[in-house]
Design a protein around this ligand. Structure first.
Ligand SMILES: [Mn+2]
Length: 248
């Protein structure tokens, strides 16, 4: 693949929720790397890559399998970038090093072929979900994270299970729009960065939304979570949201 056409192709994925209990997702991701990244200059992972991340010291085999696969990808010439999600906000420098990946702060401005794209996980835009935003403020605090990471793994696992159960029971009572992105919030962030395309995941509502901000046509591209389908955005000339089937 000539360098010029390789440089053009950038891939973005989100919400794979990789976990031992669903090995078909790991297989689908490894296949995706083989199939799609050979001619791509970069792969952006926009959060919730892992279903849960309790610290880089967690030595479950899945973590090493995925780190090695990413390392091979980055050694092969595809730069790998990671954004934190609400499930894997503890992904740290040690994992990034093992994976040959770069951790990015959110929101990230991606410049590509003269265009600028704003990348986020998406949870910060769901501002109507005040319970969740409170939880997010707590767990994104570096002091809290430092304290949490000194706890034994078993204790961290128990905390994660409890947080999961609490969020499930809270969310079952919430209207669908509360757990979606607040449209005015998306407009505000695009205005702030003077960008007209936002790409994010998190809501599991894959779509391309078009709207106007200050007379400018803007786009919000939402990546889907991986399950029966896998999703990615391909940037070549224009961003394209792509879907493929994941076999069980
Ligand atoms: Mn999420």
């Amino acid at each position: 693949m000539p360098a010029s056409s390789r440089n053009k192709r950038v891939l973005l994925i989100s919400d794979l929720h990789l976990e031992e209990a669903r090995p078909q997702l790991t297989r689908a991701f490894l296949d995706f790397l083989d199939r799609e990244t050979a001619d791509a200059s970069a792969l952006y992972i926009l959060g919730d890559f892992f279903n849960v991340w309790l610290g880089d010291d967690d030595d479950r085999p899945l973590n090493a399998v995925i780190a090695n696969a990413l390392k091979q990808c980055s050694d092969g010439g595809t730069a790998v970038y990671l954004l934190h999600g609400n499930r894997d906000f503890l992904l740290g420098a040690e994992f990034a090093r093992a994976a040959g990946a770069t951790l990015l702060a959110e929101p990230h401005v991606l410049e590509h072929e003269g265009q600028r794209y704003l990348l986020m996980h998406g949870d910060a835009l769901c501002t109507l979900d005040t319970d969740y935003q409170k939880f997010r403020t707590t767990v994104r605090n570096p002091a809290w994270q430092q304290m949490f990471l000194t706890k034994p793994l078993a204790e961290r696992r128990a905390f994660a299970a409890e947080a999961r159960a609490a969020s499930k029971s809270m969310n079952s009572n919430k209207a669908a729009d509360i757990m979606d992105v607040t449209p005015t919030e998306a407009e505000a962030v695009l205005r702030k960065y003077s960008i007209d395309t936002l790409i994010h995941g998190h809501t599991h509502r894959p779509a391309v939304h078009r709207f106007t901000v200050d007379d400018k046509t803007c786009e919000r591209i939402v990546l889907g979570d991986w399950g029966n389908s896998g999703w990615y955005v391909e940037l070549a000339d224009a961003p394209l949201l792509q879907q493929f089937a994941i076999p069980h």
